[in-house]
Each structure stands twice: as structure tokens, then as C-alpha cells.
Design a protein around this ligand. Structure first.
Ligand SMILES: [Fe+2]
Ligand SMILES: [Fe+2]
Length: 144
């Protein structure tokens, strides 16, 4: 590996570690929202959020494994999660986070391919696809 490529991989690993932090944030945020969202118009979405939560845990595991596979140290810090009393606001915050993650995973998928890390790109594919579904689920309930 040339020194230039090594630096790129290092940068890529630190971005994966930031991605991991956003998944920890999702886990905390969804756990909180599942317990606090109320109102008849949102009764269906709580079941969806529970399904998201299970997938976020697998996203975190995949990212930590990829960081480790690439010689990095998987991070353990959880970004702070805003508390929200209003159900619609809470779901809007969930949508913002998912949209941000979708952009991140699109970028990470193409970076993995650019770095010729085919196995890593393959490991990231479910994150990309499931995050796309999470964005759609939240857009639907928010009427966006
Ligand atoms: Fe996720
Ligand atoms: Fe998600």
C-alpha cells in the first residue's frame, strides 16, 4: 500500500467511526421515542420504530466490525441526544438523523469502492438499503 492510500484508508476508518457514533445515537433516540411518542395518529409508527431499532443495532455492529477489520479502534462515544416532549418533533428529529445517515452511507459506499475495499462495500450495502427504508417510513408518517 502506498503512503497516500494508507492515509485515505485512515480517513475512511475515522469516517466509519463517526458513522458508528450516529448509530449509537439512533439506538438511544429510538429507545427514548418508542417509550414517549403518543397520540392516535402516531400509534402505527411505534411498531416501525421498534423494527428500526433492531436494525440500528446491527448497523452499529457491522460498522464496529469494519473499523476493526481495517485496523482501527471502534469508538464507544455516544453523541448527545436531544429530548423531545412533542411526538411530531421527535419523529422529525428521527427523520433528520436518518437522512443524514443516508447521505453518509451513500458517500461511504462509493469511497469503499474507490479504495477497492469490495468486502467493506458489500458489508455496507444493507445499511444503505435499510436506511433508505427508514427515511421512507418516517416521511410517510410525517406526510412529507
Ligand atoms: Fe442505522
Ligand atoms: Fe435507521
Amino acid at each position: 500500500m502506498t503512503p497516500a492510500a494508507a492515509i485515505e484508508v485512515e480517513t475512511f476508518v475515522s469516517l466509519l467511526n463517526e458513522d458508528l457514533g450516529t448509530e449509537y445515537q439512533s439506538i438511544v433516540q429510538y429507545t427514548n421515542h418508542i417509550a414517549t411518542i403518543n397520540g392516535a395518529e402516531f400509534s402505527g409508527i411505534v411498531a416501525e420504530l421498534k423494527a428500526h431499532l433492531v436494525q440500528e443495532l446491527s448497523h452499529a455492529q457491522i460498522l464496529a466490525e469494519q473499523v476493526s477489520f481495517l485496523g482501527g479502534e471502534p469508538g464507544t462515544s455516544v453523541p448527545s441526544v436531544e429530548r423531545n416532549g412533542d411526538s411530531r418533533r421527535a419523529l422529525e428529529a428521527d427523520l433528520r438523523l436518518e437522512t443524514e445517515q443516508l447521505e453518509r452511507y451513500r458517500e461511504r459506499f462509493s469511497q469503499a469502492n474507490d479504495l477497492q475495499l469490495a468486502d467493506v462495500a458489500e458489508a455496507l450495502r444493507p445499511l444503505l438499503e435499510q436506511t433508505q427504508e427508514h427515511v421512507r417510513d418516517l416521511q410517510m408518517v410525517l406526510g412529507e
